[in-house]
Design a binder for this molecule. Structure first.
Ligand SMILES: *Cc1c(COP(=O)(O)O)cnc(C)c1O
Length: 233
C-alpha cells in the first residue's frame, strides 16, 4: 500500500500549521512535490491525491515523465542546475524554472520558448550562503539580472529561489531565508512585480514559511528517502 496520499496530507498540515503560527493567511503557500528519481507511477499516485505541481532536477528524466503523464495536465517545474545546451528541452516542456542564474541562459530559454505556449515562469536562484555555496547569483547581482530577465518576451519573472546550506542550524537557516525576502522587497521597490519566494524543503519548510516563503519544494516527506544515486545534472 502506498503512503503517498497520507504523506501529502501530513505535509499540507505542516504548511497550514506553519502559516497559522506565523499569522499568515491559510493557503498562502503552494506545495511543489519534488519527484526527481521517482517513476511516473509515483507521480500518478500523488496526482490522484490532488497534487498538481511537480519538480524535477534532470532534464531528460523530467521530459520523459511529462510525456508519460501528458493526459493528467500537471504543472512541471525545473529546479536543478541547468546547462545551456539543455535549455531547449526545458523551454519546450516545462512550465517553470526555479534555477535561473545567468543572463545567457535566460536569453536562450526566452528565444526557445514555443510562441504558442504561455511565457515560461522563472525564479532567479540566489546564493544566500556566500562562500558556503557555489550555485545561484550573488545577492548584489540579483537586481541587474532581474531587470534584464523582466524584459525578455518568452519569460515571466515570478520571484526568487534559494537553497541554504543544510548544516548551519536554525538561526542561520532563518537568516538565509530572511535575506531572500529582503532582496525581493528591494526589487519591489524598484518596480518589479514578484509573487514567489521559492524556499523551504522537507526538513526546513516551517522556518521558510515563518520567513515569508510562498512555495515550498518537498520531496522526501512526500515520496520517501531517495534510494537512486543522484546523477550530476
Ligand atoms: C531535491 C530537492 C528538493 C527536495 O528536497 P527534500 O529534502 O527531498 O524535500 C528541493 N529543492 C531542490 C532544488 C532539490 O534539488
Amino acid at each position: 500500500m502506498t503512503t503517498i496520499p497520507a504523506n501529502l496530507q501530513a505535509v499540507r498540515d505542516r504548511i497550514e500549521r506553519a502559516l497559522a503560527a506565523a499569522s499568515r493567511p491559510a493557503g498562502a503557500v503552494s506545495l511543489l512535490a519534488v519527484s526527481k528519481t521517482w517513476p511516473a507511477e509515483r507521480v500518478s499516485e500523488a496526482a490522484a491525491a490532488g497534487q498538481r505541481a511537480f519538480g524535477e532536477n534532470y532534464v531528460q528524466e523530467g521530459v520523459d515523465k511529462i510525456r508519460a503523464l501528458a493526459g493528467l495536465e500537471l504543472e512541471w517545474h525545473f529546479i536543478g542546475p541547468l546547462q545551456s545546451n539543455k535549455s531547449r528541452s526545458v523551454a519546450e516542456h516545462f512550465d517553470w524554472v526555479h534555477s535561473l542564474d545567468r543572463l545567457k541562459l535566460a536569453e536562450r530559454l526566452s528565444s526557445q520558448r514555443p510562441p504558442q505556449r504561455a511565457p515560461l515562469n522563472v525564479c532567479i536562484q540566489v546564493n544566500v550562503s556566500g562562500e558556503a555555496s557555489k550555485s545561484g547569483v550573488a545577492p548584489d547581482e540579483v537586481g541587474p539580472l532581474a531587470h534584464a530577465v523582466a524584459g525578455l518576451p518568452g519569460l515571466r519573472l515570478r520571484g526568487l529561489m534559494c537553497i541554504p546550506e543544510p548544516d548551519g542550524g536554525e538561526a542561520l537557516l532563518r537568516a538565509r531565508f530572511r535575506l531572500l525576502g529582503t532582496i525581493s522587497e528591494a526589487l519591489h521597490g524598484q518596480g518589479l512585480v514578484l509573487d514567489t519566494l521559492s524556499m523551504g524543503m522537507s526538513h526546513d519548510l516551517e522556518l521558510a514559511i515563518a520567513e515569508g516563503s510562498t512555495l515550498v519544494r518537498v520531496g522526501t516527506a512526500i515520496f520517501g528517502t531517495r534510494t537512486v544515486v543522484e546523477k550530476p545534472a
